[in-house]
Design a protein around this ligand. Sequence first.
Ligand SMILES: [Zn+2]
Ligand SMILES: [Zn+2]
Length: 225
Amino acid sequence: MGFIVKNTTIKNPLDLLCPHICTSCGALGETLCKCCKNDILFDHINYCPVCKRAAPGGLCKNCYLPPCFMVEWRDGVVFEMVEQFKYHSIRAMSDELAELLDMVLPTIDGEVVVVPLPTIRKHVRERGFDHMYKIAKVLAKRRGWKVQRLIKRAKNTVQVGADREVRILQAAEAYDLKGPINKNFTYLLIDDVWTTGASMKAAIKKLQRAGALKIVLGVLAVSRG
Ligand SMILES: [Zn+2]
Ligand SMILES: [Zn+2]
């Protein structure tokens, strides 16, 4: 791939001292260069995160799930970006990741509320920020949507390492709903990674029980297995 000369203005003076490099190809400039972004989005196929079959328009014929839109499989560069964003606080990643979500999501009519799945408080404290909330804010700004942290963690349950059954049980108990639901609004639940889907399914249930009728899902990286 050739070197790309950019004529965009530099948003952050620190970028001059410590320029970003593309997570995929290493090119200097952005955390994901335009070529690599196009590679992800060109001929993009949406898959159902549950059965892993193609799900054009976000809908799967086999699984009962609200329309779900994914950016990439978990073994791709997007997952790597999520990890870097979470653990190394490379905040420019939030713009790129939000843009990728924006590109795979459809036009949604009416009022849309972006609801980021919550991060464990301990992790937010350690990292100094809530990564999905940041992405939600950038995404909402791009589309003229609202952000509401409607789903909160009730307990500080930790998912990493827990087995599948435990995770599903933990997830179901782990959430509280904060705030009323408007039946006319579309709630766009977003999360970084779909592994078992336990967190997302628990969040969907919370919203539906509170009366939400229109739910759409957006996930950055979906596990193949
Ligand atoms: Zn690149
Ligand atoms: Zn399916």
